[in-house]
Design a protein around this ligand. Structure first.
Ligand code: COS
Length: 389
């Protein structure tokens, strides 16, 4: 067992940190205040290879392992969770799914553009009435003479307003339940495909979030990712990677909270001494470090399993659950250390709290992660109706 990063991994992490300090930090507050999606930043992240880090080089990626990918995500997440969302969605949910399930033609058509940041993609699984119960989709795909016609609604879809391609999950035969689902690569310029921005979010304000409407959108057979019936597996395998990425981003939030709190507590004086002199302040910093380090180790464990090609759904859920809850707790503690200054955006900690809050909701709520972990431990699926479990 080796707890040290290799020299190459350290370099990857340092380069990502420098990039984030140089390209992201100077614009993060303005983007957040203006609730502005920064398309130019997404392009820059593509240029340096952060939108296709684990994708094979022949498709425009950097072919890094999952630890390397996680290190990049951590550093981007430390600077700005909205930028991190672009990395996670384009790499883990969209690019990863195309690479894993796509035909050679689909890979060549989409991956180089996604990896370079020339095009963006979004992941259309969630619907107005379907969140945790992901198999129960209402969006329908109906056979036509030349392919499929898709109709339905998708909700809370990151990047949908700026994407060139959407992965759309749809039911082909409700009687088959999850085995009737299919995933389609739908160009967003298709007739009948429209999006509407969702306003008023607590956090991730400079991340684009939208509702998608599909009104008899026609696609050919060649738009299907995998086969009819593979849709649920495409979604679950994407989420195995997406949850890992969210967890790594939350390690970055925890790390940012520690650094901001250490700096502030050494600089700010009360009762004639720096805040850092007080034991109760040190306790808060120690609690943050505990959560950051444990989250990081859990992310590394999941990443190593992924790199070894071993089953990791449970370990990924453990990492996602712990890191996301830790990010919320660390951000809350960091505000406490900063006092009134932590309540305004002169410091990053109030944004950390607002941005962290969604991570225990999306890509599977904390409750869903616990049910996945509980099922792995007991062999009993507590998500089924009682008569079927
Ligand atoms: N990778 C590939 N295939 C997987 C998989 C994975 N990680 N997990 C499950 N599958 C497959 C199973 O092997 C099974 O295949 P068969 O039909 O051949 O038997 C099939 O998918 C169904 O698996 P399972 O019975 O475990 O599915 P459930 O309906 O019990 O899954 C949960 C329930 C809650 C785990 C799932 O619906 C889920 O993750 N929900 C949360 C959704 C979510 O995160 N939404 C946020 C969207 S992005 S913001």
């Amino acid at each position: 067992m080796d707890f040290q990063l290799s020299d190459e991994q350290k370099l990857i992490s340092e380069a990502a940190r420098e990039f984030a300090d140089r390209e992201i930090l100077p614009r993060v507050r303005d983007n957040d205040r203006a609730a502005r999606f920064d398309r130019e930043l997404a392009r820059k992240m593509g240029e340096v290879g952060y939108l296709g880090a684990p994708v094979a080089e022949e498709y425009g990626g950097r072919e890094l392992d999952h630890i390397g990918y996680g290190l990049i995500v951590e550093q981007i997440g430390r600077a700005d969770s909205s930028a991190r969302t672009v990395v996670s969605v384009v790499t883990s949910l969209v690019g990863g799914s195309i690479e894993r399930w796509g035909s050679e033609e689909q890979k060549m058509r989409w991956l180089p553009r996604l990896c370079s940041g020339e095009a963006l993609g979004c992941f259309g699984l969630t619907e107005p009435d379907t969140g945790s119960d992901a198999a129960n989709l209402r969006t329908r795909a109906t056979r036509t003479d030349s392919g499929w016609s898709i109709s339905g609604q998708k909700m809370w879809i990151s990047l949908a307003n700026f994407s060139e391609v959407a992965l759309i999950f749809a039911q082909t035969d409700p009687a088959l339940k999850h085995r009737g689902l299919a995933c389609f690569l739908v160009p967003t310029e298709s007739e009948g495909f429209t999006t509407q921005e969702i306003h008023g979010k607590l956090g991730l304000r400079s991340s684009d979030t939208a509702e998608i409407s599909l009104d008899e959108v026609e696609v050919g057979d060649d738009a299907m990712l995998g086969a009819v019936g593979d849709g649920f597996k495409v979604a679950m395998s994407a989420l195995d990677s997406g949850r890992y990425s969210v967890a790594a981003g939350c390690v970055g939030i925890c790390d940012g909270c520690v650094d901001a709190s250490v700096a502030y507590s050494k600089e700010r004086k009360q009762f004639g001494v720096p805040l850092a002199r007080f034991q109760l302040v040190q306790e808060m910093i120690a609690d943050m470090i505990l959560k950051r380090d444990a989250s990081r180790m859990l992310v590394y464990r999941a990443g190593v399993l992924k790199d070894e090609g071993k089953p990791n759904t449970m370990e990924t859920s453990v990492a996602k659950l712990f890191a996301t809850e830790s990010a919320v707790e660390c951000a809350n503690l960091a505000i406490q250390v900063h006092g009134g200054s932590g309540y305004v955006d002169d410091y990053p900690v109030e944004r950390y709290l607002r941005d962290a809050r969604v991570t225990t909701l999306y890509e599977g709520t904390s409750q869903i992660q616990k049910l996945i972990i509980g099922r792995a431990a007991t062999g009993i699926n507590a998500m089924l109706p009682f008569e079927e479990s």
